[in-house]
Ligand binder design. Structure first.
Ligand SMILES: [Zn+2]
Length: 599
């Protein structure tokens, strides 16, 4: 806030509205939710409330950091004391930075209302002074603004309130919690830049869950620990998470791991593999510990708000107490990723590792459905239980890759470069045309979803072959060294086999089409000449004939095989254009200054 604003705040203090500690809350400062516990603040109400806080408190500063696809302003609310407005100041004061994101799913808006109350308490109450000296809290009060604009009473069929519920899709009907890598939305681009601006140590993305019924009002997804550098994993699992569960217990909110299960919860809860497309999986690529508190849809809205607020308070109190351990674990993690040479690309649940956790559930059963007449599932709230259930926390890598020395992206693929730049990836332009021997990847096969998913037809089960090839590197092509802090992000996006790679998300689909063909009646004679003049080709051809029964009936099939084994077949068909360079190579480089090489 400005000094002028501070002065108006000072006047309020003189008028007796200041110094709110241990005084009853003046009516004036009630949030929309506190006035009506079935009401979740609209984004405009939330912004207006925070602006009022900004006017009277010198602990808050507010900035517009981007916009939604529907061109609504995305805001950040920065809370600290003494006031800090930049990450440089935060680092200089050795503060923990916590980023809180709300209403990525605007029907799950408990975090919006929790953050308004928390922002007020932090802005006006002395009891937060100690925390705010050690921390900077950056809140995004409302992330999916377009979905918030589309509020209706009936958006969430199976949720207890609030009275008006925002919609999951944004202005382009995208689920923003799948958009952190592909960044199809302006929201995600804005978030990406804000994320790297602050480089938060901790990240919380507030949600409300669907699924089974159970006793807990709030559950939590902590980022999948096996994906973290070992020291950071140890810190999260051994210090931070136990303190969060304990802190919530002390506030009388028993919290359990997110109930991610194939059957009723008693059959066992699985850890959640938060791929980089999800908020916490994305954060983990930059060694930021991420949490998704998920409040339960069938609990009253007010309980969801207060339990979310308790979670946010707990993570702040814990981060303050554990500040040294947290900052040290993160600094060590940054060193660890730079020294890591083998990177997992794909993961699977490790069913051989099972823990047990205490879980408060409800007995379930089946009875005939009044609608279909078929058996239907029900949970009996009159039969609560508290028992140990299996918990499968671990994921194991099923495919890994060696870290290269760097990558070359041909300059034409600008949409990838844009995203790398938003993610603070260091890039350079190569000077001069160069012929290079390098291991190129060829896409042998992939499975493509037959229905669109978030505006894409995702590829999975990608199989590649590696072959040494002579490649033309052009002046202006982009060199990306692997030796940089964003290495985990690079490994997760550059290898086509990774589930959230550029290839998986269709950024490189054009390579899958062959552009040149042959006319069979002309190529016949050429093919015959080639077989006659190349005994090795003839031998391979004769062998292949025994394996391909359709050659007997389809005259073009054999021609196609010869074409593909000839110099005429285009070398770029299905060749993955991003090249990994495994050994130091002396390119001459100039700075990368934008997607055009002439920039
Ligand atoms: Zn959600």
């Amino acid at each position: 806030m400005t000094n002028a604003r501070y002065f108006s705040g000072f006047l309020l203090v003189l008028l007796g509205l200041g110094s709110f500690t241990a005084q009853p809350l003046p009516q004036d400062w009630r949030t929309p939710f506190e006035r009506d516990s079935t009401w979740s603040a609209e984004w405009k109400e939330a912004y207006a409330y925070l602006d009022r806080l900004d006017e009277v408190s010198d602990r808050i500063s507010i900035r517009t950091f981007g916009e939604s696809d529907g061109f609504l302003p995305l805001r950040e609310v920065v809370i600290s004391s003494p006031e800090v407005t930049t990450p440089q100041e935060a680092r200089a004061r050795n503060k923990v930075v916590l980023l809180i994101n709300n209403a990525i799913h605007p029907g799950e808006s408990a975090g919006v209302d929790a953050c308004l109350m928390l922002a007020r308490e932090m802005a006006l109450e002395d009891r937060w002074q100690e925390v705010l000296e050690d921390m900077v809290i950056v809140m995004i009060p409302y992330y999916n603004l377009d979905g918030g604009y589309a509020r209706r009473p009936h958006t969430r069929a199976n949720q207890q309130g609030p009275a008006m519920q925002g919609f999951r899709g944004n202005g382009k009907n995208l689920d923003l919690n799948r958009d952190f890598i592909k960044c199809d939305s302006r929201n995600a681009r804005s978030f990406t830049e804000l994320f790297h601006y602050w480089d938060p140590d901790l990240f919380v993305d507030t949600h409300t869950s669907n699924g089974a019924d159970y006793q807990a009002t709030i559950t939590v997804i902590a980022t999948q620990p096996d994906k973290l550098p070992s020291g950071l994993k140890a810190y999260q699992q051994e210090l931070l998470l136990p303190a969060l569960y304990k802190g919530m217990e002390e506030k009388h909110w028993t919290m359990t791991p997110y109930v991610h299960t194939d059957g009723p919860p008693e059959s066992g809860i699985h850890g959640f593999l938060d791929l980089p497309r999800y908020s916490t999986g994305y954060a983990a690529l930059f060694q930021t510990l991420g949490f998704m508190p998920e409040t339960h849809m069938l609990k009253p809205f007010s309980q969801r708000v207060y339990s979310t607020k308790a979670f946010l308070e707990t993570i702040c109190e814990t981060a303050m107490r554990q500040k040294t351990d947290l900052l040290e674990a993160r600094a060590n993690a940054r060193r660890e990723v730079l020294a890591t040479s083998i990177w997992p690309l794909q993961w699977q649940l490790d069913t051989s590792r099972v823990d047990s956790i205490w879980f408060g559930g409800y007995a379930h059963g089946y009875r005939p459905s009044a609608v279909s007449g078929l058996p239907r599932l029900f949970y009996d709230r009159d039969q609560p239980f508290y028992q140990q259930i299996p918990y499968y926390p671990a994921y194991t890598p099923i495919l890994s890759a060696e870290r290269p020395w760097g990558w070359i992206i041909p300059q034409a693929w600008t949409s990838i470069m844009e995203r790398l730049a938003w993610n603070d990836i260091r890039m350079h332009r190569i000077v001069g045309d160069t012929l290079l021997r390098a291991p190129a990847l060829r896409i042998i096969s992939e499975e493509t979803s037959d229905r669109p998913y978030e505006g894409h037809y995702l590829h999975a089960q990608v199989d590649v072959a590696e072959e040494m090839d002579t490649l033309l590197v052009r002046d202006g092509d982009v060199w990306i060294p692997a030796d940089q802090p964003g290495i985990a992000y690079l490994m997760a996006t550059m290898d086509p086999r990774a589930p959230d790679s550029w290839f998986a998300w269709n950024f490189l689909d054009a390579i899958l089409n062959q552009k040149e063909y042959f006319s069979a009646y002309v190529f016949e004679d050429l093919a015959d000449q080639m077989l006659n003049s190349d005994p090795e080709l003839r031998r391979l051809f004769d062998h292949q004939r025994t394996l391909e029964p359709q050659w007997k009936t389809d005259p073009n099939a054999a021609l196609e095989w010869i074409y593909r084994h000839s110099e005429y077949y285009e070398p770029t068909h299905r060749r993955y254009p991003i090249v990994r360079i495994m050994e130091p190579t002396g390119f001459r480089l100039r700075p990368y200054q934008g997607t055009s090489p002439r920039d």
